[in-house]
Design a protein around this ligand. Structure first.
Ligand code: NAD
Length: 356
């Protein structure tokens, strides 16, 4: 089986989809579309059909699946048109600007019985999968905190991402990935959400947020992102995970995770306080730890890659798998994002009586 693909929106990620599919046998890009014809000049696909009209691309009968990679505010219109044309759909994230838009889109998708998934490929990031693996091993005891943090150190936001009308801002950009990862990892309902959402330097859109997700199982999920954490370090981002439980912790830094699982032999008995001199003065609780008290283990190894997203797509169309990213999960993430915005505006927590 070869699935013929049309890419609608041939900008940054449209090009990445084309490159990622270039060497695959079962998925073949046959057409591309962008309202800006110049964007298509550097297509690497031989004999690809190029058009500036979404309707023209959708008329191509041999296209089975479209990848929708236009600006965020145009997803709804393009997805609905594609569903009416009977095309299966891989939509870029965030699938919609809000839950009601998403519901409108899914009403047509489901009525037309076309397949639909969202390119939340950061579920395949190895830093995330490492944290998820540690979480699932249940060796850290009762977990009380799961922290996921991403900081841009050079103050970069760009192009349409700084405009509200196109769905700009970091919550729609990376926020959707970070929330999706947290919900995919923690197997519990959310009972409350508190968020601080700010425009630190942007006029129209958010460029900083801290989100606290209180889960029914007692875990507080914490997500923080800032694009304006200026430093002159040689790298351009910081990515951190921390999981804390009553039997141990896990920390990792970077997208290729470097860190440890850390446990302690020190129990809450026979622990005489020892005063240690530190740069901030004498302390007992925050001093260095005596030898032999901390036990460290290497992080588990994971081996995911983004091709697995397309593997899963092919397998699902062949009926041997289910979509990695399901409609109900996408809707839940959008519901969380809506509550995050509401909490950010009201500066109060949003509670879910029956859990979200
Ligand atoms: N999954 C990921 O990791 C990831 C990464 C980057 C972007 N994205 C998503 O992909 C989408 C595109 O982002 P980008 O960074 O590639 O932006 P981009 O500006 O580089 O590309 C978008 C392209 O869509 C075209 N376009 C806009 N409206 C159109 C329409 N109605 N019909 C046809 N073409 C249209 C624009 O001319 C532009 O070339 C966004 O939804 C974004 O959130 C996802």
């Amino acid at each position: 089986m070869t699935i013929n693909i049309g890419i609608i929106g041939f900008g940054f990620i449209g090009h990445i989809h084309e490159q990622s599919l270039a060497d695959r046998n079962q998925m073949k890009v046959i057409a591309i579309c962008d309202i800006d014809s110049e964007k298509m000049n550097d297509s690497i696909t031989k004999n690809v059909i190029k058009t500036t009209s979404v309707d023209e691309l959708l008329k191509i009968k041999t296209i089975d699946t479209v990848i929708v990679s236009v600006f965020n505010d145009a997803h709804k219109e393009v997805v609905i048109k594609a569903a009416i044309a009977g095309k299966n759909i891989i939509c870029e994230k965030p699938a919609a600007m809000n839950v009601s838009e998403f519901d409108e889109m899914m009403a047509v998708v489901n009525e037309k019985k076309v397949k639909f998934t969202v390119h939340q490929q950061r579920r395949l990031d190895n830093d995330f999968r490492t944290a998820k693996k540690v979480y699932e091993k249940k060796e850290l005891g009762n977990i009380y905190t799961v922290q996921s943090k991403l900081y841009g150190l050079n103050g970069n936001m760009h192009d349409w991402h700084i405009y509200k009308k196109h769905g700009g801002g970091m919550l729609y950009d990376w926020g959707v990935h970070l929330i999706d990862q947290m919900l995919y990892m923690i197997d519990s309902k959310i009972i409350s959400i508190f968020a601080d959402v700010r425009n630190v330097i942007n006029e129209e859109v958010d460029d900083y947020f801290k989100i606290l997700l209180e889960f029914e199982n007692g875990i507080m999920g914490e997500i923080e992102l800032g694009t304006y954490y200026l430093t002159d370090k040689p790298h351009w981002f910081e990515r951190h995970w921390f999981i804390g439980g009553d039997k141990g912790s896990m920390y990792s830094d970077g997208f290729i995770p470097e860190g440890k699982v850390v446990k302690t032999s020190r129990l809450l008995e026979n622990v005489p306080g020892k005063t240690v001199m530190t740069a901030s003065g004498p302390t007992r609780s925050f001093g260095t730890v005596a030898d032999g008290i901390l036990m460290t283990e290497e992080l588990p190894v994971t081996n995911y890659n983004y091709q697995m997203f397309y593997d899963n797509y092919v397998n699902t169309l062949q009926g041997t798998d289910d979509f990695l990213v399901k409609q109900s999960e996408v809707r839940r993430v959008l519901s969380v994002m809506q509550a995050v915005r509401e909490s950010g505006l009201k500066k109060e927590s949003i509670k879910f009586k029956n859990g979200l």
